[in-house]
Design a protein around this ligand. Structure first.
Ligand code: IPD
Ligand code: CA
Ligand code: CA
Length: 299
């Protein structure tokens, strides 16, 4: 089924955004099929000409379709951000994959409504979210109150209610990895589930949670351009998105837990245990493993 916008439902923002995401995705795919130079924008944070060209195109198309809307882009666009509507755009989510020719990346765009009177640090509702994967031609679309869709078909979160039978996802920041405890969460949850994928695109991780490929997803330190679209997809598909302690997720939250709803309480309780250092699964250290191997060889 090719990437199509759902028909028969009113998607005033998402349907136009979908056209923009498909165009930007095609541009990114073109760069992927040719050689693109990679640069560092921080110590280990990569950026390519594809990221910048895609953001330029998205800004141009957003201006054309939504001339009064603000735009907040990962590659630096800060355009009319005091206006009532604000798009968060990630012109290429999964840049590290893209740069290494690992075909898991997408374009993501989410629309926040910021009516007059909203405090600067207060979130408005997310009205629309679109994520487009140009390598699989998969278009994920959601509009507040109108559901979530993949290539025109309604999607729902999974019905898995047992953590031991779940497939989950997480990700790791490209910067300051030593300041991030997620490797411990990755280990613990890997031991208790069918597995944890870390495919390198937060937006796709959320989209896959929305359509039931993943039963849940968590990550530390994301930005609104990574999360705005995917969070709406998950909630419109029947899932839950909060911080790790169950408090409401906000676009500037530094923790995000998204699940099919059924696994929310078990994962929150596990996170609670993790932060308290309780009930952790034992695992062999490499040194213990090596000693055992040596003992077996000797015996
Ligand atoms: C990154 C990806 C990755 C996540 C990182 C993000 P980028 O976005 O979404 O999965 O783990 O935290 O920064 O830099 O490829 O747009
Ligand atoms: Ca991103
Ligand atoms: Ca990006």
């Amino acid at each position: 089924m090719p990437a199509v916008v759902p028909t028969g439902v009113d998607l005033p923002f998402a349907s136009l955004a979908a056209e923009i995401a498909i165009e930007a995705g095609a541009l990114v795919r073109g760069f992927y099929n040719s050689a693109v130079a990679t640069e560092y924008k921080g110590e280990v944070d990569l950026v390519t000409e594809a990221d910048r060209a895609s953001e330029r195109l998205m800004v141009e198309l957003l201006h054309r379709h939504f001339p009064t809307h603000g735009i907040y882009g990962e590659e630096g666009t800060r355009d009319r951000i005091d206006n009532e509507y604000r798009w968060y755009i990630d012109p290429l989510d999964g840049t590290t994959n893209f740069a290494h020719r690992y075909p898991v990346f997408c374009v993501s765009m989410g629309l926040e409504h910021r009516p007059a009177g909203l405090a600067p640090d207060e979130d408005g509702p997310i009205l629309a979210g679109v994520i487009y994967d140009p390598t699989r031609d998969e278009l994920f679309v959601a509009e507040k109150g109108s559901g979530a869709y993949l290539n025109g078909r309604r999607i729902h979160v999974s019905t898995t209610d047992d953590l031991g039978e779940s497939l989950l996802a997480t990700g790791f920041p490209s910067r300051k990895r030593h300041d991030n405890p997620n490797i411990h969460f990755y280990q613990e949850i890997t031991l208790r589930s069918h597995g944890v994928r870390r495919a390198g695109s937060a937006a796709l991780d959320l989209a896959y949670t929305a359509c039931g490929r993943f039963d849940g997803y968590w990550e530390f330190n994301l930005n609104p351009w990574d999360t705005s679209a995917g969070v709406l997809l998950v909630t419109e598909a029947g899932g839950s998105v909060t911080r790790f302690d169950g408090s409401p997720f906000q676009l500037n939250s530094k923790e995000l837990l998204a699940t099919n709803r059924l696994l929310h309480a078990p994962l929150m309780s596990l996170f609670d245990d993790m932060f308290a250092g309780r009930n952790l699964e034992p695992i062999l250290t490499p040194a213990e493993f090596a000693a055992r191997r040596l003992a077996k060889a000797g015996g």
